[in-house]
Ligand binder design. Structure first.
Ligand SMILES: [Zn+2]
Ligand SMILES: [Zn+2]
Length: 137
């Protein structure tokens, strides 16, 4: 087990297991938001439900966040160390229409919204679609 991943999991009260380490590594390596299906492609013979449970644990412990970019699959990305997944930590995401990759625009926080009385905030997806630097011609 990689010591830095081990430490990261333990710091967030997640018992380090081989599976958790592998999933963390995939997310860390990608630097983008990726879907359950894409994570599954990185493994041979791992049940999708096992990966899903691992992602659920990571999300409960606030080390990853999910984004629904409208592509039909929820995507997951690692949070920054100081992220608490509160409204202040939510950022824009960018879906490239050419490569279908979803980028976290972590330095672009979403605007504050004043909801009408009686409405309570749960989550927000701010997704910009366009062409990423890799796909510009
Ligand atoms: Zn692209
Ligand atoms: Zn993100």
């Amino acid at each position: 087990m990689k010591p830095e991943i081990n430490k990261k999991l333990e710091q967030n009260n997640i018992k380090p297991t081989a599976m958790r380490e592998l999933v963390y590594e995939v997310l860390d390596k990608n630097k983008k938001a990726i879907s359950l299906y894409e994570i599954e492609q990185q493994f041979d013979n791992v049940e999708r439900s096992t990966i899903f449970r691992t992602l659920k644990t990571f999300q409960d412990k606030l080390i990853i966040h999910s984004v629904d970019d409208g592509s039909g699959a929820v995507k997951y990305a690692l949070c920054d160390d100081d992220c608490t997944c509160s409204l202040d930590d939510l950022h824009y995401h960018f879906l490239c229409i050419k490569c279908s990759q979803t980028h976290c625009l972590k330095n672009m926080p979403i605007p504050k919204v004043d909801l009408p009385k009686g409405f309570s905030f749960e989550n927000a997806n701010f997704v910009i679609k366009g062409t990423c630097p890799d796909c510009q011609v």
